[in-house]
Design a protein around this ligand. Structure first.
Ligand SMILES: CC(C)(COP(=O)(O)OP(=O)(O)OC[C@H]1O[C@@H](n2cnc3c(N)ncnc32)[C@H](O)[C@@H]1OP(=O)(O)O)[C@@H](O)C(=O)NCCC(=O)NCCS
Length: 184
């Protein structure tokens, strides 16, 4: 497990799957805002790749996020599009509704940065999020990500086109941040 100040990122356990299914992926609004495809229900017991991890996929690493105190499941973190030639990857996060607004998102981004820069030796990390997602933007910026551009009307979300923001963080900038080495 990788540890931050408040949360840990560990492997996906079988017992996590029904909780993530019910609390995250069964919610059309949450799913539509987090994924660039239309929501559709996931059949319980299916092998949907968002829930059931395929360890043979080299470009993708999925974690379950747990509270360090007590080990309760609080969400999911994804490291995707890992490009070992250009040494970059993308980050994604989804916290259960009851776990939001407690500092877990910013801490999980810090742990994902540690994974990307220290464990994987990457050079650049990227996040794409909806322009109105203040909590995700702030979680990224607190960890040194900078806004690099706006993709105008790039996301169809529940009946309207929304802008997306692209944020990036380079290894050399991350290393100079206070607290960059706090995760382990
Ligand atoms: C986005 C998400 C991961 C953020 O995690 P979180 O634990 O809720 O955020 P934190 O509590 O760590 O807060 C991080 C910062 O955002 C601010 N923030 C949190 N919720 C906010 C809100 N609703 N509006 C404005 N700012 C907010 C916090 O004050 C904090 O800022 P600070 O560092 O200046 O104090 C989480 O809310 C979530 O999973 N949302 C639904 C799924 C989603 O949007 N995923 C991202 C897809 S790209």
């Amino acid at each position: 497990m990788l540890r931050g100040d408040k949360v840990g990122l560990r492997a996906r356990y079988e017992a996590d799957i029904p909780i993530l299914l019910t609390e995250l992926y069964d919610d059309p609004v949450n799913s539509s805002r987090s994924e660039s495809r239309p929501w559709r229900p996931i059949t319980p017991g299916s092998k949907d790749p968002r829930l059931v991890v395929d360890d043979t996929q080299q470009g993708l690493v999925q974690f379950s996020i747990v509270e360090l105190e007590g080990g309760t499941l609080v969400g999911t973190a994804t490291f995707w599009g890992i490009d070992t030639h250009n040494r970059n990857a993308h980050l994604g996060l989804g916290l259960l509704p009851s776990a939001r607004g407690k500092g877990y998102g910013a801490d999980a981004v810090a742990v994902l940065c540690h994974y990307g820069f220290v464990v994987r030796g990457l050079q650049r990390l990227q996040i794409e999020t909806l322009a109105d997602n203040a909590a995700m933007l702030r979680s990224a910026e607190r960890n040194g990500f900078v806004r690099e551009g706006v993709l105008r009307s790039s996301a169809w979300v529940m009946g309207e086109f929304l802008d997306e923001v692209v944020l990036g963080l380079l290894a050399q900038d991350w290393k100079t941040l206070p607290g960059a080495g706090n995760s382990s």
